[in-house]
Write a protein that binds this ligand. Structure first.
Ligand SMILES: NC(=O)c1ccc[n+]([C@@H]2O[C@H](COP(=O)([O-])OP(=O)(O)OC[C@H]3O[C@@H](n4cnc5c(N)ncnc54)[C@H](O)[C@@H]3O)[C@@H](O)[C@H]2O)c1
Ligand SMILES: O=P(O)(O)OC[C@H](O)CO
Length: 329
C-alpha cells in the first residue's frame, strides 16, 4: 500500500514508523525545515527523538507530491493533526479519498466529531477513525498495541487493517464511529480529572471512583448521541480511559497533575509542548451534556477548573457534596 500521513507530531510519526515496516509511507510536515531535518536524520527530533525510521518512511513538505503518493487504488491518507487541524487537512484531499484520522476530540467552536466534519468537508470520501489505547512512544518502539478502525464503510475499516494490522499492532474494526469518537474525546477530559485527583494526593480509591464514574458519564453521553453502548466497554472506551487516566505518558493526565500544583492553564500548556485535547474538548462535552440533559458532573467540574471558575479543591468539594443516588440510574 501507499500511505500518506499528514501531520508529523508524535502520533503521526509513530504510526508512520509502524506502517513503514511493510508499506511505502510519506510523512508530510507543513514545516519545510522540519521535513528536511527528519529526512536527513531519519528520526523526528522534536516529537519522537528516540525512534529511528525504517527505510520505507520518507518525510516531505511538498504537498502535491505527498497527495499524489496515496492517490492510487492502493492508497490511504492518514490525518494525524490535532483536532484543530482536521478540517483543514481534510480539505486538502481529493473528493474521493480514502482517509483515516487519528485525532481525539470535539472540534472547538462547532462541537463536531471527526466523522461529522468529514461528512461536511469530503462527503464523497471513504472515511473513518483509528483510535484506542496507544501511547506514541510505545507504538514507535514496536510494543504490542490494539486499536479500533471505525467506519460505517466496512471496506474502509478493512483497509485500515491491511495498512496497520500485523507484528505488534492489532487492529479491530467497528461500525460505530460515534461511540469510538465520543470515547476518545471524553477519556481525555476524565484523564485531566484523575491527574488533578492524583496531584492532590486523594488516593487510589478516588482514582478508581473517578475512572468508573467517568466511564458512566462517557457512556451516557455517547448513547444520547446515538452510539452503541457496547462500544464503551471496548478498547476506545474503557481501554483508552484506563490508559490515559493512569499512564504517566499521558499529556492530559499531566495537565491535571500540573493544575493540581496550582499552575495556571497557559503555564501548563507551555510546559507540555504537545497537544492535550481534553483542554479543548471539555467545554463541548459540558455543553453537549447540558443540551442533551445528560448528567456529567466530573466533566463539568473539569471544565470549570480549566475555565478558571473553580480551583481544583473547590471542584472536588462540589463533587463530594452531591446527593446520594442509585449507582446505575
Ligand atoms: N501522542 C499520542 O500518543 C497519541 C495517541 C493517540 C492519539 N493521539 C491523538 O493524535 C492527535 C495528534 O497528537 P500528537 O500526539 O501527534 O500531537 P503533537 O502535539 O505531538 O503534534 C502535533 C502536530 O500537529 C501539527 N499541527 C498542529 N496544529 C496543526 C494544524 N492546525 N494543522 C496541521 N498540523 C497541525 C504540529 O505542528 C505537530 O506536528 C491528537 O488528537 C491526539 O489526541 C495522540
Ligand atoms: O497523551 P494523551 O493524554 O493525549 O493520550 C494519548 C492517547 O490518546 C492515549 O490513547
Amino acid at each position: 500500500m501507499q500511505l500518506t500521513v499528514l501531520g508529523a507530531g508524535a502520533w503521526g510519526t509513530a504510526l508512520a514508523i509502524a506502517a513503514a515496516r511493510r508499506h511505502d509511507v510519506v510523512l508530510w510536515a507543513r514545516d519545510a525545515a522540519q521535513a528536511a531535518d527528519m529526512q536527513t536524520a531519519r528520526r523526528n527530533a522534536r516529537y519522537l527523538p528516540d525512534s529511528e525510521w525504517p527505510a520505507g518512511l520518507n518525510a516531505s513538505s511538498d504537498l502535491p507530491q505527498a497527495l499524489a503518493h496515496a492517490a492510487g487504488p492502493d492508497g490511504l491518507y492518514v490525518v494525524a493533526t490535532p483536532m484543530a487541524g482536521l478540517r483543514g487537512a481534510l480539505s486538502l484531499l481529493p473528493a474521493h479519498a480514502r482517509v483515516l484520522w487519528l485525532c481525539k476530540g470535539f472540534e472547538a467552536g462547532t462541537g463536531l466529531l471527526g466523522h461529522q466534519i468529514a461528512a461536511q468537508v469530503l462527503p464523497e470520501a471513504r472515511a473513518g477513525v483509528l483510535s484506542g489505547p496507544s501511547f506514541a512512544q510505545e507504538v514507535a518502539a514496536g510494543m504490542p498495541t490494539a486499536l479500533v478502525a471505525a467506519s460505517v464503510d466496512a471496506d474502509l475499516a478493512d483497509m485500515a487493517v491491511t495498512a496497520f494490522h500485523g507484528g505488534p499492532l492489532r487492529i479491530y474494526t467497528s461500525p460505530d464511529p460515534v461511540g469510538v469518537e465520543v470515547g476518545g474525546a471524553v477519556k481525555n477530559v476524565m484523564a485531566i480529572a484523575t491527574g488533578i485527583a492524583d496531584g492532590l494526593a486523594l488516593g487510589l480509591n478516588a482514582r478508581a471512583a473517578l475512572i468508573t464514574r467517568g466511564l458512566a458519564e462517557m457512556s451516557r453521553l455517547g448513547v444520547a448521541m446515538g452510539a452503541q453502548p457496547a462500544t464503551f466497554m471496548g478498547l476506545t472506551g474503557l481501554g483508552d480511559l484506563v490508559l490515559t487516566a493512569t499512564g504517566d505518558l499521558s499529556r492530559n493526565r499531566r495537565v491535571g497533575l500540573l493544575l493540581a500544583e496550582g499552575l495556571a492553564l497557559p503555564d501548563v500548556l507551555a510546559r507540555l509542548g504537545h497537544v492535550a485535547e481534553g483542554v479543548y474538548s471539555a467545554a463541548t462535552v459540558a455543553a453537549q451534556a447540558r443540551s442533551l440533559g445528560v448528567d456529567m458532573p466530573i466533566a463539568a467540574a473539569v471544565h470549570d477548573v480549566l475555565s478558571g471558575e473553580l480551583s481544583a479543591r473547590e471542584a472536588l468539594g462540589r463533587l463530594l457534596q452531591r446527593e446520594a443516588r442509585s449507582e446505575f440510574s
